[in-house]
Design a protein around this ligand. Sequence first.
Ligand SMILES: C[S@@+](CC[C@H](N)C(=O)[O-])C[C@H]1O[C@@H](n2cnc3c(N)ncnc32)[C@H](O)[C@@H]1O
Length: 356
Amino acid sequence: MEAKLDKQRTQEFARKLFGFYTSGVLTLMVDIGHRTGLFEAVAKGPGGSQEIAARARLSERYVREWLCALATGGVLEYDAASRTFSLPPEHAVCLTGTSSRNLAAASQGLPMLAARLARVVECFRNGGGVPYSEYRPDFTEFMDASWRLLYDGLLIKGFLPAAKGLPERLEQGIRVADLGCGTGHAINLMARQYPNSTFVGYDLGEDAVVRARAEASEMGVSNARFEVLDVTRLPGEPKFDLLTSFDAIHDQRDPATVLRRAAGALLPDGVYLMIEPKASSRLEDNIGSPFTPYMYGVSVLHCMTVSLAEGGAGLGTAWGTETARRMLDEAGFKSVDVVDAPGPQNSIFICRLEAR
Ligand SMILES: C[S@@+](CC[C@H](N)C(=O)[O-])C[C@H]1O[C@@H](n2cnc3c(N)ncnc32)[C@H](O)[C@@H]1O
């Protein structure tokens, strides 16, 4: 017999559930707007569907339906008297332009992950995982697109000064490596900013490394190089003054070895900046945070499964500060400070070999 239901609670949950589906569809609408230039077209000023379609050189009927979805979804405003749509300036900064507040590219994550859904469901039944190779090349593109503006706006002025004295050391000239560098934008920006230092980016993904090298040559930086390398094999010599990893430890097959190798490749007074999603290792602390459902979900759909595919640790995206601290300690880092990264969803672990 069906348990006696609290009718109001049932209705509230049904509404919430449908809200998930609405948000998913609106995410896809944001992706379309980002890919087609429609946000820039609407941002030029209020317009009807004909005018906005003409601005973006797109089919009016599709544009009109898209405009209706975003107007009812609270992204655009609609003026019924003039039948025009507009993008409020506060929304425009989150969807257009080159500042780190533009989050539009992150919408690419949903279709990229959804394309692997059937494979992930197989793993629920049979165990194992979906390997990194099955996510490329669109995963590489997604990571590049969603981090590029953050690096442009915040790497030099926000992330690096988290370690006291680091910008000055970079000015003077030090050796730097980025572990899991992806398309290498962080390395290329640092190399341009600090010509006296030398930089290397390591990644497993050949497609990512090819893009990183191409960008280095486009930017004319000669003090950065990129190598396809499994960082569980990071050599202990020659050592580095600075190691970085941006969102690249929790999905490792063998994160403990990577952290041990990082400690082994660092000079005694060196520093390792590990940027990872901001979460607690205790589920109960993560309930109520707006970002953690996203982290656990992305973990199922990518970060955990790519690790499990290699028989790995499957730490998960929300492995959290406590587990990270323990693993850094076990790897040999005697001093670990944790600060919020610029933007709300990441932490910077400032790791040193010497106790302070
Ligand atoms: C979530 S992505 C982050 C990429 C990059 N740091 C960025 O900000 O765009 C993780 C990266 O780590 C790389 N990776 C995973 N395991 C690796 C390993 N053992 N050795 C080298 N790279 C690895 C992946 O290929 C991927 O590019």
